[in-house]
Design a protein around this ligand. Structure first.
Ligand code: UDP
Length: 238
């Protein structure tokens, strides 16, 4: 058992704590929700619990399939122990279906299926509003090395394949999602969370949104959507 020490960082949806083992952090998932780079703020009841459990299920699945990630174990309803990461300041978005900012940028309707997954990179910088960047910017800004980016791209596409295969039978379309990576003992690991805050999940039959777009767009039934995702992932046992 590790001992949880002082808070290292507080983000929009999570807090990170040091532990008495320098290689292990504790992540606490909050109910706070933000959108539009923090302009819209609110709370989603029990979101912390749902996102903690949903992320744990995905991280376990990915570990089983050979994708290196920071998850170690659940620690309470809203917490998990993770390997300590030095976060790489690049947000990686994978898209299977047009939605959100891509729809606006390219003038294609939401719901348009892409012929193959699209990868995008954003500079993780709240003050700048996370601008989109490419591999040249990443190299010039020394955010990551070419080798690290090769690894990150490979992992991101593998995560997409694994999640598509897993979510298909659960009646969930994986529209798009955002990943973050970090360095631990010289290795690149997948970090952050994988939840309805960071993924777009649509019901495969009704195309109903089961993710944070319900909050962003004031669609109602926000908590219910997060709960529904967890229920499907746990085979209706929750
Ligand atoms: N996303 C995220 N954090 C961000 C921006 C995007 O988790 O700061 C996720 C978002 O939930 C969606 C995907 O990345 O699943 C693509 O988001 P998009 O670029 O369409 O931006 P949005 O429309 O959410 O502003």
């Amino acid at each position: 058992m590790v001992k949880v020490l002082e808070q290292l960082y507080e983000g929009k949806a999570k807090k990170v704590y040091k532990t008495d083992d320098p290689k292990i952090f504790k992540v606490h998932y909050k109910d706070d929700a933000t959108a539009f780079n923090g302009l819209k703020k609110g709370q989603i009841l029990e979101k912390g619990q749902y996102n903690n459990q949903i992320s744990a299920i995905f991280f376990e699945l990915l570990k089983k399939k050979g994708v290196p990630n920071h998850f170690l174990s659940l620690d309470g309803e809203r917490g998990m122990l993770v390997k300590s990461l030095e976060i790489i300041q690049v947000e990686v978005v994978v898209r299977n279906i047009v939605a959100g900012s891509l729809s606006k940028r390219l003038g294609k309707p939401e719901g348009t299926k892409l012929p193959f997954p699209i990868l995008e990179f954003y500079y993780k910088d709240d003050e700048l509003g996370d601008p989109m960047i490419n591999n040249y910017h990443i190299k010039a800004l020394e955010l990551a090395t070419a080798d690290e980016m090769k690894m990150i791209e490979e992992i991101a596409l593998k995560v997409n394949e694994i999640m598509l295969e897993y979510l298909g039978p659960l009646g969930i379309d994986l529209v798009d999602f955002k990943l973050e990576f970090g360095r631990h003992d010289g290795e690149v690991l997948l970090g952050d969370e994988i939840s309805p805050d960071t993924c777009r999940f649509w019901d495969a039959t009704t195309q109903e949104k089961l993710d944070k777009d319900r909050f962003r767009r004031d669609l109602g039934k926000v908590e219910e959507a997060y709960q529904e995702v967890l229920t499907r992932l746990t085979g209706g046992s929750k």
